[in-house]
Write a protein that binds this ligand. Structure first.
Ligand code: VG1
Ligand code: CO
Length: 543
């Protein structure tokens, strides 16, 4: 094999964020930009000679271009085999499964998740390790360090391969296997859940709508929901992956999946409404007349997970990210299993899952998953809901009410201020940090601060410590505000303000969330000076 060495120079700003390197497509299209990052990954990660690499993406604009480049670079860097999804497609959870199933040394997942796609929109590259999960901080730090000193990248002279034909081809001595992106994943889902029970519920009249948002989950949802579970044709809407997601944000929240929400609140609502994001790792769950917040969904799924065959009798523990509501903690306590609080981002769940300390984990940002893979998994969450609903034979709304009547309810909302000036955002965070020492005991209306700190996590498995993972302000009455800056945006900064308040089981369980959080909203402004620092008088998105 003739290896071609291309000279290059480092780029600034190639530090992976919450979930890989995310930038505008135009940034990735600069000569050497993607290549530098990919070579930095190959230079940093350990693997045996002849190792297998998995490559897949969410199908957004620029996906195919980068995949062809990665294949040539993998051949030059000594990989023995590459597995790539047909059409360059692999949802993030499917990629995680394929890495595990074929004992690959790792994988490159090309996605900017829920961010819009197209020539002027976003692209992203993330490296996952052999357990199928996002590279932990030790690895991403090494990759970033390498991007700052890189001076060459390696490739081979070879034509593009036909990504649309399943089968093996050879590229400069390396085997490239184009695989069905859906089959392995769909088979795994069938092992985990009681498909017969769901099929029976469907036959008895249970209906749903799944909005794939013109993103990667379309083919997965059609195969699993319509073909294998027997839901009517047309249950999956927007089921064809488009390079620009039809011009929308493939973000399954009440703003970007408004049509689904309106349907579910109306007369003609099916029993379940669900959606997933660009790369298939998030989920939105709405029952007839009842939206389930992601934090509640985690708690409700955890409380019922042992209904699903693969989880019977083996709920070891629950993990949630710090900004996620404490609803799951109540469940863990009641069931007598441990609960872990990690920083934002799925990479922090990997060790806990590998060590068997937790079975289910989740984030307030619509991510839920289990030890079946090492990524959050949108369709998995939908199927677990279906399995539970089919077994318990109650509507989503009743399940939610019964849950709150047993565990109490954590009213919860996240306010996002998107695309604000970075300087203002940094100043806001710095000022709250400076005031942490004096906040304790301070009153904001009826709320008195019990504890205020900058969240730091020490991993109970490998002892690694991650600092500055968001600012928490906890009040005497048990309510809470969290402030942090997003690590996935590509323009300016995004401030996230997370608000939470607990109502006990005998409290007010069916109130309007905004009204229940009114005191916390006022306190957040007083503590952070949001208007002054961001120039915004209201959040752009409330989820
Ligand atoms: C956001 C979410 C976080 C999630 C991450 C990746 O990160 O808050 O919970 O893990 O996106 O999800 P940030 O740093 O912007 O808050 V995905 O579906 O974009 O891969
Ligand atoms: Co995603």
């Amino acid at each position: 094999t003739q290896i071609v060495t291309v000279q290059t120079q480092p780029f600034d700003g190639q530090a992976p964020g919450t979930s890989g390197l995310r930038k505008k497509v135009k940034v990735f299209q600069q000569a050497n930009y993607a290549e530098n990052f990919i070579q930095s990954v190959f230079d940093s990660v350990t693997r045996d000679p002849g190792a297998t690499l998995v490559i897949g993406g969410d199908g957004r604009f620029h996906n195919r271009t980068v995949i062809q480049q990665v294949i040539r670079m993998a051949a030059a860097n000594g990989y023995g085999r590459v597995l790539v999804g047909r059409g360059g497609i692999l949802s993030t959870p499917a990629a995680s499964h394929v890495i595990r199933k074929y004992t690959a040394s790792g994988g490159l997942v090309l996605s900017a998740s829920h961010n819009p796609g197209g020539p002027d929109e976003d692209f992203g590259i993330k490296y996952n390790i052999a357990n199928g999960g996002p590279a932990p901080e030790g690895v991403t730090t090494a990759i970033h360090a390498r991007t700052l000193e890189i001076d060459r990248w390696l490739t081979v002279e070879a034509d593009d391969i036909d990504l649309d034909r399943i089968g093996d081809v050879e590229v400069a001595g390396m085997t490239v296997s184009v695989i069905d992106p859906v089959a392995d994943y769909a088979d795994l889902m069938e092992e985990l859940f009681d498909f017969a029970a769901i099929r029976k519920a469907v036959a008895d009249g249970f209906t749903m709508r799944f909005d794939a948002m013109s993103a990667v989950t379309g083919p997965y949802a059609v195969e699993i929901l319509e073909n294998r579970l027997g839901f009517a044709k047309g249950t999956v809407v927007n089921g064809t992956p488009l390079e620009d997601f039809g011009g929308h944000h493939p973000d399954p929240n009440l703003i970007h999946a408004k049509e689904l929400h309106d349907l579910m609140m109306g007369e003609d609502a099916p029993d379940l409404g669900a959606a997933s994001d660009g790369d298939g790792d998030r989920n939105l769950i709405i029952g007839r007349g009842r939206f389930i917040t992601p934090s509640d969904s985690l708690a409700m799924l955890a409380a019922n997970i042992e209904i699903a065959p693969a989880y019977k009798g083996r709920l070891a523990g629950i993990a949630r990210s710090m900004p996620t509501s404490a609803a799951a903690d109540r469940v863990a306590e009641a069931l007598g299993v441990p609960c872990f609080e990690t920083p934002t981002g799925w990479k922090f769940f990997g060790n806990l899952l590998d060590a068997g300390k937790v079975t289910i984990c989740g984030e307030e940002s619509a991510g839920t998953g289990s030890d079946h893979v090492r990524e959050k998994d949108g369709l998995w969450a939908v199927l677990l809901w279906l399995n539970i609903l089919a077994a318990r034979q109650i509507p989503v709304d009743q399940l939610a009410r019964e849950h709150w009547a047993r565990f109490g309810r954590n009213y919860y909302a996240r306010h996002d201020y998107e695309g604000i000036a970075k300087d203002g955002a940094d100043a806001l965070m710095a000022e709250i940090k400076d005031s942490l020492g004096v906040l304790k005991g301070h009153a904001f209306g009826p709320l008195t601060v019990k504890l205020a700190d900058s969240f730091s996590y020490s991993d109970p498995v490998d002892g690694s410590v991650s600092e500055n993972q968001g600012i928490r302000v906890l009040f005497e009455d048990g309510s809470r505000i969290v402030f942090r800056l997003s690590g996935t945006g590509t323009q300016g900064a995004t401030l996230r303000v997370y608000l939470e308040r607990y109502e006990p089981a005998d409290g007010r369980l069916d109130e309007e969330t905004g009204a229940m959080l009114a005191d916390q909203i006022v306190a957040a402004e007083a503590i952070a000076g949001i208007v002054e620092h961001t120039g915004r008088t209201a959040p752009d998105v409330i989820t």
